[in-house]
Design a protein around this ligand. Structure first.
Ligand code: NAD
Length: 258
């Protein structure tokens, strides 16, 4: 079987800097031969994304600003992508946000605004971008997102983002059911903790990492590259029978009881 992604085009949403999991995914897809389209939240990230993409050894990448809270921006981004490249074969949604004050203390203190913001950016956006991307996946496709164990179980300080990830996990399943008939698969990777810009916002993140080093079956935190390789699998033909699934790439931590 040919594992190459040569001749395929993938949209990667959510590269902020070189530590972003999205960047690990972009590199893995690039190494497999794919052409990449990058979207970023605001002008602030454009230079960083372009500089990273420049370090890849090809010059046919595309770049679009797309704030996923803005329906018009999503519509315009995918209309522009359709115009510029035509067909796409997959999309990696690597986007989440919550207010810093909602990622510490107790979940019960979450404000309505904070709750809705986290749901909007971290969960609803997957449905919104999938709807827009569907029309460009005329040859079938693979959509993937990034979730975390805090959506399945209580993880201290993860709070409002845990509830948003539970919503994201359910969104993956409903989208998989809707889009399967169009040959489009939808899955999530539940990544173990990785030190990124977003992770910095989670209270006492260091102790979460330490727990992985001490107790996860593989006794080490996962890397961007490991998540990237799982994303490559989900984008490739190798995973063609898998949809609506949440794959844990977490050094085995999620199998543990207390
Ligand atoms: P990151 O900060 O590098 O990426 C988060 C991205 O979300 C950024 O690029 C940011 O610009 C983007 N974003 C935020 N609001 C947006 C908006 N309104 N419109 C468009 N983009 C927006 O951090 P990361 O850890 O690479 O996060 C990527 C994904 O991985 C997130 O969904 C996160 O919850 C998930 N995840 C992270 C970890 C971890 O430990 N780092 C573990 C499991 C899952």
């Amino acid at each position: 079987m040919n594992f190459s992604l040569e001749g395929k085009t993938y949209v990667v949403m959510g590269v902020a800097n070189k530590r972003s999991i999205a960047w690990g995914i972009a590199q893995a897809l690039h190494d497999a031969g794919a052409r990449l389209i990058f979207t970023y939240a605001s002008e602030r990230f454009e230079k960083s994304v372009r500089d990273l993409a420049d370090s890849l050894d090809r010059d046919d990448s595309y770049f679009y600003e797309c704030d996923v809270t803005d329906d018009e921006a999503i519509e315009k981004t995918f209309a522009d992508i359709k115009n510029d490249v035509g067909v796409i074969h997959g999309l990696a949604h690597c986007i989440a946000f919550a207010k810093r004050e909602d990622l510490q203390g107790e979940f019960i203190d979450t404000s309505r605004d904070g709750f809705l913001l986290a749901q909007n950016i971290s969960a609803f956006s997957l449905a919104a971008v999938s709807r827009a991307a569907k029309d460009l996946m005329t040859e079938g496709g693979s959509i993937m997102t990034l979730t975390y164990l805090g959506g399945e179980r209580v993880v201290q300080n993860y709070n409002v983002m845990g509830v948003a990830k539970a919503s994201l996990d359910a969104t993956v399943k409903y989208l998989a059911n809707d889009l399967g008939k169009h040959g489009i698969r939808v899955n999530a990777i539940s990544a173990g903790p990785i030190r990124t810009l977003s992770a910095k916002g989670v209270g006492d993140f260091n102790s979460i990492l330490k727990e992985i080093e001490e107790r996860a079956p593989l006794r080490k935190p996962v890397t961007q590259e490991e998540v990237g390789d799982a994303a490559y699998f989900l984008m490739s033909r190798l995973s063609r029978g898998i949809t609506g699934e949440i794959i844990h790439v977490d050094s085995g931590y999620s199998i543990l009881g207390r």
